[in-house]
Design a protein around this ligand. Structure first.
Ligand code: DX5
Ligand code: ZN
Length: 215
């Protein structure tokens, strides 16, 4: 039996953008494992958030792993800036690049960990032949673009299938969207290693209690 605790990656999309440095310090103190940074371009997804300059400014506020989720297309031209800004993991969408293998090689060549995210409708088969270049697989359990949406249950089967597909490889399975304490149990049972949570962490001022409730 594995006893490794699930990791929690609060999404700062639900934080107060006027006090982001403080918010990142607060989640670190509250027991967060990663800082999940949602980057949106108003093109790949219907919302616009933050760019590399903000990531760079946040870097001074935390020693936690910066888990940068790029919801942008094209993505390759911006990968170097997000690595230079201090991202430890750079996750790109399989749907956002015509040459997924090449984009992953770029991330790895810059010294960051590489992740691929799959939209709710995207089958796990798209990553079968790039598994050797992956450190993380991000299963979207909502359509990307906004916090506070409802969990799409089909993600559970996808997580289980990915778990089988990766076998003994050192790849983390992360799940993103609509995760609260109840769904946290189901996604963890299906095989998730890292849970992204925006509204569930930032909904009240007691971030430590909110993170503990997800573990
Ligand atoms: C959605 C983002 C998520 C989002 C999660 O496009 O990738 O990280 O902030 O928010 P909740 O946990 O509120 O669904
Ligand atoms: Zn995200």
């Amino acid at each position: 039996m594995e006893t490794v605790m699930v990791k929690i990656a609060p999404s700062i999309l639900s934080a107060d953008f006027a006090r982001l440095g403080e918010e990142v310090r607060a989640i670190e103190k509250a027991g967060a494992d990663y800082v999940h940074i949602d980057v949106m371009d108003g093109h790949f997804v219907p919302n616009i958030t933050i760019g590399p300059a903000v990531v760079k400014s946040l870097r001074k506020h935390s020693g936690l792993i910066f888990d940068t989720h790029l919801m942008i297309a094209p993505v390759d031209p911006y990968i170097p800036a997000f690595v230079e800004a201090g991202s430890d993991i750079v996750t790109i969408h399989a749907e956002a690049t015509p040459h997924l293998d090449r984009s992953l090689q770029l991330i790895k060549s810059l010294g960051a960990k590489a992740g691929v995210s799959l939209n709710p409708h995207t089958p796990e088969s798209v990553i079968r032949y790039v598994l050797d270049k992956l450190d993380l697989i991000l299963v979207m359990s909502v359509n990307p673009g906004f916090g506070g949406q409802s969990f799409i249950p089909a993600a559970l089967e996808k997580i289980a299938n990915i778990k089988t597909m990766i076998g003994t490889r050192a790849i983390e399975i992360e799940v993103d969207g609509g995760i609260g304490p109840d769904i946290a149990k189901a996604v963890t049972a299906a095989g998730a290693d890292v849970l992204v949570a925006g509204s569930a962490v930032f909904r009240t001022a007691d971030y430590a209690a909110n993170i503990a409730a997800l573990k």
